[in-house]
Design a protein around this ligand. Structure first.
Ligand SMILES: NC(=O)c1ccc[n+]([C@@H]2O[C@H](COP(=O)([O-])OP(=O)(O)OC[C@H]3O[C@@H](n4cnc5c(N)ncnc54)[C@H](OP(=O)(O)O)[C@@H]3O)[C@@H](O)[C@H]2O)c1
Length: 269
């Protein structure tokens, strides 16, 4: 596994597992939890050590259960969660602290490796107030790193100018057809690590054909090529799979390199 530094003490594995439909009836995002930990346990046994959840996914407790069941020590795992910004979560500072305590309890842990603001709010004062609270938890070590998700340049710039601790991560949608190159460059130039969510969704058949063609030369699938393109440019990926074969394949990205010509073809998708 390759790691990227988020700060002096914290490194993030460049491949993690998404979880947004894990532990849910029928593998549906909106469905009730069934507390099934098998997808996460399977991922851990295949070598995943990085998991991405969120308060909005309602399944932090399933990850907590899996951590408890797993033989892997907590300190070997990298856990990300996210605080929602919709009502009523930002109603008061007391509510924000309650949500954070809820994440810690559900995950059955006394620290979280990375905690993100899930989405920007239109109200900059509200966003900054929330950020200052995340900074407090970072300073006391409850959060090992803090960051944001779905932020655009202007929102990041505002945070950089007003925060004591700048965001360490921006988790954004990025995949063929929607790479978001300008935003990625903006982040990377400022030392903000980019994570790609949805790295394997909403990809056209034409784009898959190109990825498949490149993959044939490396004996890799279209999905592995899409993921490799991201990690080769230091973008963290968090693909999600309910299928152990795909989970395993998504980790097999370190035994080949894309050539400059291949990179050019993929970046044009
Ligand atoms: N910050 C945000 O606002 C935000 C928003 C959305 C998602 N996320 C996070 O990002 C994670 C990933 O995004 P996502 O779950 O939306 O989608 P994704 O990881 O891009 O794609 C998941 C789909 O890809 C398939 N897949 C996985 N590996 C494959 C492979 N090797 N070959 C072929 N198909 C493969 C899966 O099917 P199988 O199950 O059959 O393998 C599943 O249908 C989420 O789980 C969540 O943690 C964050």
């Amino acid at each position: 596994m390759k790691y990227i530094s988020l700060n002096e003490q914290t490194q993030i594995p460049i491949i993690g597992s998404g979880t947004n439909t894990f532990g849910k009836v029928g593998r549906q995002y909106q469905a009730p939890l069934n507390h099934d930990t098998s997808e996460i346990i399977s991922a851990i046994s295949l070598g995943y050590r990085h998991f991405d959840t969120a308060v909005s996914y309602r399944n932090e407790s399933v990850l907590g259960l899996a951590i408890e069941e797993s033989v892997v020590p907590r300190e070997d795992l990298f856990i990300t969660s996210k605080i929602p910004t919709r009502e009523p979560y930002l109603e008061s500072n007391a509510m924000i602290h309650e949500v954070i305590q809820g994440s810690l309890e559900a995950l059955q842990t006394d620290y979280i490796d990375l905690y993100l603001i899930h989405k920007p709010t239109n109200n900059m004062d509200e966003m900054l107030n929330l950020w200052h609270i995340l900074e407090e938890y970072y300073k006391k070590g409850t959060f090992k790193a803090i960051g944001v998700s779905n932020f655009h340049e202007a929102q990041l710039q505002y945070l950089i100018e007003h925060a004591t601790t700048p965001p360490m991560v921006n988790q954004i949608e990025s995949h063929p057809g929607h790479w978001q190159d300008d935003l990625i460059a903006f982040c990377q130039q400022r030392g903000i690590v980019v994570e790609a969510w949805g790295p394997l969704t909403n990809i056209s058949d034409e784009a898959k054909d190109v990825l498949q063609d490149i993959g044939a030369k490396h004996e890799k699938s279209w999905a592995q090529i899409a993921l490799k393109y991201q990690i080769q440019r230091d973008v963290v990926v968090i693909p999600k799979s309910h299928n152990p074969e795909n989970q395993a394949a998504n980790l097999l990205l370190f035994d080949f390199e894309l050539t400059p010509e291949e990179i050019e073809r993929i970046s044009a998708l």
